[in-house]
Design a protein around this ligand. Structure first.
Ligand code: GUN
Length: 290
């Protein structure tokens, strides 16, 4: 069997066209969705992510604001910037790129963001709402994966979804979203004993561990859907995921590539959340976020 490719670039493009239409509709009533990104320090990966987020937001017609701060910025200065953006009516989404330098308390910064502008879905209030199934901003990577599964026609109810990784950004919310769609969910992590005994049971396998090509055909059940959240460099410096694609595609029924899988969807969902926030703020809400 050779797996069907789940194309995040194509699905992302389709969604961004829908978002662009939504932005145009809002602009007819003089409301331009605004996304502000705060980047602290010079981390190369963060710089690339932020550049892509900005470029994509401009492409769909949004206003994009980048605030670059040195790695030496104090926690208070950063909090002041967040506060300023909270008070700025032209900004509907605020994203503080993580990780932050060690002298800054990330939790404190996330909690300082107005929950109604928290387009990352990281604020504890929004995490809580997600947990109990209330409408809120969903974290972009798991949200993007759900959208990808939906648009690929992957059935979720009654399926066994196994997640490797338990981060607050991906693993934990991923399990919640799949549970809400009636999957049976198993979480695996670095302390899990006999990992393949769990992953081999997965109808849907989500891999978010940050280790290049760690998951092989030996972890995957014949016919499983495999979603690779990893973004690593292999021994030749080439981008690769957490899944060994060549081995996995022989047993999976469908699989996301890296690059071109989850990554483009993450950015797309950030735009979707920003549009949703602007719709709420400008009184055109299709759902009640406020
Ligand atoms: N760093 C890595 N992924 C993310 C993300 O989704 N949002 C933010 N703010 N920082 C990140």
């Amino acid at each position: 069997m050779t797996a069907k490719l789940i194309d995040g670039i194509a699905i992302g493009k389709e969604l961004r066209a829908e978002i662009k239409n939504g932005v145009s509709e809002l602009e007819e009533s003089s409301c331009v969705p605004g996304l502000a990104v705060i980047l602290v320090g010079e981390d190369p990966a963060s710089q690339t992510y932020v550049k892509n987020k900005q470029k994509s937001s401009v492409e769909v017609g949004m206003k994009s604001e980048l605030i670059r701060l040195p790695a030496t910025v104090t926690e208070q200065e950063l909090l002041d910037h967040v506060q300023q953006l909270n008070n700025d009516d032209s900004i509907h989404g605020i994203l503080v790129q993580l990780p932050l330098p060690k002298h800054i308390n990330e939790d404190l910064v996330i909690q300082a963001i107005n929950p109604n502008k928290d387009v990352d879905g990281f604020h504890p209030q929004n995490v809580g709402k997600m947990m109990i199934g209330q409408e809120t901003f969903l974290p972009c990577t798991p949200h993007g994966i759900m959208e990808m599964l939906k648009r690929t026609g992957v059935e979720i109810a009654g399926k066994h979804a196994v997640i490797i990784g338990r981060s607050n950004i991906v693993g934990k919310p991923m399990g919640q979203l799949l549970l809400q769609k009636d999957a049976t969910v198993t979480y695996c992590h670095s302390r899990t004993k006999d990992l393949p005994s769990f992953t081999k049971q997965a109808d849907i396998l989500i891999v978010a561990i940050g280790r290049a090509k760690f998951v092989t055909d030996e972890h995957i059940k014949e016919g499983a859907v495999v979603i690779d959240v990893g973004m690593n460099r292999d021994e030749n410096g080439k981008l690769c995921g957490d899944v060994d694609f060549e081995k996995a595609e022989k047993v999976a029924s469908a699989i996301t590539p890296v690059p071109g899988g989850v990554g483009p969807m993450t950015i797309t969902m950030l735009l979707k959340n920003t549009l949703q926030s602007a719709e709420s703020a400008c009184g055109k809400a299709k759902n009640n976020l406020q």
